[in-house]
Design a protein around this ligand. Sequence first.
Ligand code: SAH
Ligand code: SF4
Ligand code: F3S
Length: 469
Amino acid sequence: MERNHYITEAELERQKKIAEAVYLETRDRDLKYFVETFGCQMNVRDSETIKGELVEMGYSEAPGKEEADLILYNTCCVRDHAEKRLMGNIGALKELKDRKPGLIIGVCGCMMQQEAVAKKLLKRFPHVSLVFGTNVLYRFPEMLEKVMNGERIAVTDRADDAIAEGLPQMRDNARSAFVNIMFGCNNFCSYCIVPYVRGRERSRMPEDIRREIESLVRSGISEITLLGQNVNSYGNDGSTGMTFAQLLRYVSDVPGLKRLRFMSSHPKDLNEDVIQAIAAIPNVCHHVHLPVQSGNDEILRRMNRRYTRERYLSIINRLRELVPDIEFTTDIIVGFPGETEEAFSDTLSLVKEVGFAAAFTFAYSPRQGTVAAKMEDQIPEPVKKRRLKQLNELQAEKTVENNEKYIGYVGEVLVEGCDMRNDTTMLYGKYQNFKMVYFPGDISLLNQYVTVRVLQTNKNSLLGEMIDE
Ligand code: SAH
Ligand code: SF4
Ligand code: F3S
């Protein structure tokens, strides 16, 4: 396959040289970074790249903002409250900057890809000296070098949306990792800002994805989540020679890869091939995050989701038929423009019917520049709030119901962390189908697989005990 949408080797080499030069100049200074990440897994993954680049340039992680020489916010703009919060956070750093004039304060990510917001931020906060968007991470060494030399930099173009391979990375944890398979989104759901700030869909080559997974698994990671705004449309432009179902098969046999996950799935592209792949590939996890957004056909149409309630339910039923222990999670928006009480009740009835393991629920938030923001019949805030509460109450009941199925269940859990409860160390982790369970155990089991039997459930979680298998 031809690689025509990539940052050139020469450019990547040039950035590497700059990073080396910065490293040589600063290595005696013990510089520290503090990176705070908002938003979705895409941003989490991007922050891992930025941290990798910082480490290459001689930085290490600061325990907190006070100790940092560089503070960077990686921002999200999918709903509107984030902007106020960010402005507040940045404003509060002025005092620290006054005390530490050498401190570099930067802001990056999706919100900075909205030109008006980036401009407003730069104007309002002279103590911010570095601003960049979502697709210029490969240029970070060059930007940082300039800022270190006293310049103020704002890069909010998207460099033609080309893909940069082989950037450094500092992974956040030692058991589980996100791997991008594609960037951007072409779907233009009428409420959503993501296609505007993340650009058009482009997919990585299968060999690059597999190589990255191999290297992560060699370093001890056993759970991989393939990332994209809509993983089911992987390779749809024909540039990779593979569909998503084929990619799943192609990467699943990396030796040592125990769990293969993916997100998000868009219902319109989740076809029979993908369903067959989920059912047939042994290490593909039995969990699908399948955002439904609404249970009403007219609202789905106005959202530009391009599926019906019936089609959504038929995917759920087909997957349950082939994979009986599969669990679904979802995203739902309430109070979309024009959502009548009747339309909202269709969402409630869908939630009842499906029985999601969990739902991420949101009140519709108008985003400037999107089609829905200009629609008439916007829903008043108090109505959105009331619907959100009603939906959350229903989902809470369904979560309890779903948990009750698990009493007596036995399965393998990957240990993610621990909490102290009444002097007992409670470990927690997930079964392969994403259900979380708490159980007493020793912290030395972190990142290991153990077998756990569920004994009881409380409101939100399963409680169990480790057993020998
Ligand atoms: N690409 C993913 C979703 C990314 S955004 C997908 O399509 O599945 C994550 C979730 O935020 C969306 O699923 C949606 O439920 C919610 N969301 C997006 N835009 C929103 C808006 N303007 N108001 C409220 N919620 C929104
Ligand atoms: Fe937004 Fe829709 Fe794209 Fe998801 S699929 S990122 S909701 S436009
Ligand atoms: Fe937010 Fe950007 Fe993700 S807007 S939800 S961080 S793609």
